[in-house]
Design a protein around this ligand. Structure first.
Ligand code: FPP
Length: 255
């Protein structure tokens, strides 16, 4: 937890993203490098998730979305999947009271019907317990895929049209947003991916339209507050044009 110990000396930039999304990659390699089983890396990854979540909460960031388990991750060996499920269950049981204390609201996005009933119940309980929290909105994407999300949104829209409650002309980008599982979140300003790969792996496909991407070779279990500060410093140096010209943006910033 070196990152957390050093946090008093960390300089955070003034410009911070409002919504941060993270692909937490590299747990397995972190463990392999230490001749440990993969689940040791996942366990250490949970510590990073806690440090990063609490840092975002303290900084007043509005939303953090963590990619914990993709639709494709179900294809991993059954033993790893069941260890991960056990880890999620225990993390929920252990961490929910900390979330409440830190005024963090937790929600899960993804196809939760694939989880055991016990895990589904634990998720629902954690969501309910934290529902009134007004600080950081923590979204855990689990059994999640961007294509799954777009598919379920499309099917829901089709049902509305079929029932005569929506016309095709009313299907605008804003309308599609309302049917995605991230409906009440702003689009992410910054995506961080640890672990050295430079791809989005079916994460928030629609929502990333104007997101800034930050890739780092640091493995997720090593990603703590100093590494987060570095990602935010990089973000603060970027100019977000959202389709405008650089001159237009500079004029808007001066106004
Ligand atoms: C990537 O490492 C991580 C995962 C597949 C998911 C597990 C994430 C955690 C346990 C972090 C904790 C999150 C929460 C919200 C409790 P990998 O196995 O793909 O690593 P590798 O690429 O090195 O094999």
């Amino acid at each position: 937890m070196s990152g957390d110990q050093n946090r008093e000396t960390i300089v955070w930039p003034e410009v911070l993203p409002q919504h941060v999304a993270i692909v937490m990659d590299g747990n397995g390699r972190w463990a392999q490098a230490r001749s440990l089983p993969r689940h040791a890396g996942h366990r250490e990854g949970v510590q990073s998730a806690r440090v990063v979540t609490e840092a975002c909460g303290r900084l007043g960031i509005k939303a953090l979305t963590l990619f914990a388990f993709s639709s494709e991750n179900w294809q991993r060996p059954a033993s790893e999947v069941s260890l991960l499920m056990e880890l999620f269950l225990r993390a929920l049981q252990r961490e929910t009271s900390r979330l409440v204390r830190n005024n963090i609201r937790l929600r899960l996005i993804g196809d939760r019907s694939r989880f055991s009933q016990r895990l589904q119940d634990e998720i629902a309980a954690a969501e309910e317990l934290t529902a009134g929290n007004t600080g950081l909105q923590l979204t855990v994407a689990a059994s999640y895929g961007g294509r799954w999300d777009l598919t379920q949104a499309t099917a829901a829209i089709a049902r509305e049209v079929q029932a005569g409650r929506l016309t095709p002309e009313e299907i605008t980008p804003e309308c599609i947003n309302r049917y995605l599982s991230t409906a009440d979140l702003p689009d992410p300003d910054l995506l961080i991916r640890t672990g050295g790969e430079r791809r989005i792996s079916n994460f928030l496909l629609w929502q990333f339209a104007y997101t800034e991407f930050y890739f780092t070779d640091v493995l997720w279990p090593d990603f703590r507050a100093p590494e987060l500060a570095q990602a935010f410093a990089d973000y603060a140096r970027r100019q977000r044009r959202l389709g405008r010209t650089a001159e237009q943006v500079e004029r808007l910033q001066r106004a």
